[in-house]
Design a protein around this ligand. Structure first.
Ligand code: FMN
Length: 144
């Protein structure tokens, strides 16, 4: 069966730096569960938004997405890409994450707005995915 790649963006309900430990805990839990489900990907946290890529079997992605959608630590989740994938972009990462990156909001904001036209959304989604791939290739944070 083929694998898929899903990209979503959302608004954080956490406050920084008060909830720093909460984010680290969430990442640790997510990495364990993703490993069990053979999911890979990356997370970006900008202090106000999240962006996450998930790669793997459709059923595994749906399983985790059900938890993620119900998670009160964020809201207004928008799936901006969900496509078949030939080869994983993040084969070595159960979830690449390297702490808050504050400069990505520019890429995320247009994806959360209903006013953004579809062509611009597609370009913004492709740009965000490229950024996350670059970031994982450059280290992606603590390797665990
Ligand atoms: C922005 C964000 C991204 C998350 N990413 C993942 C993930 O990739 N994998 C995962 O298992 N849980 C992830 N979680 C946590 C899940 O929502 C959930 O708390 C966790 O999987 C435990 O599931 P359960 O509460 O249904 O047992 C994420 C949560 C948030 C807020």
């Amino acid at each position: 069966m083929g694998i898929r790649c899903l990209l979503y963006v959302s608004e954080s309900c956490l406050s920084w730096p008060k909830d720093a430990a909460e984010v680290d805990h969430m990442v640790a839990v997510a990495r364990r569960r993703n490993e069990q489900l053979s999911l890979t990907g990356a997370l970006i946290y900008t202090r106000t938004h999240f962006a996450q890529v998930l790669e793997g079997e459709k059923a595994a992605i749906e399983d985790v997405m059900a938890s993620i959608r119900a998670d009160p630590r964020h809201r207004n989740l928008c799936v901006v890409a969900d496509d078949p994938l030939e080869e994983r972009y993040f084969p070595d990462w159960t979830m690449a994450y390297s702490g808050p990156s504050f400069y990505v909001d520019r890429q995320i904001r247009p994806l959360l707005s209903r006013a953004t036209d579809p062509a611009r959304s597609r370009r913004a989604a492709a740009g965000l995915l490229a950024l996350m791939r670059e970031f994982a290739a450059g280290g992606g944070g603590a390797a665990n």
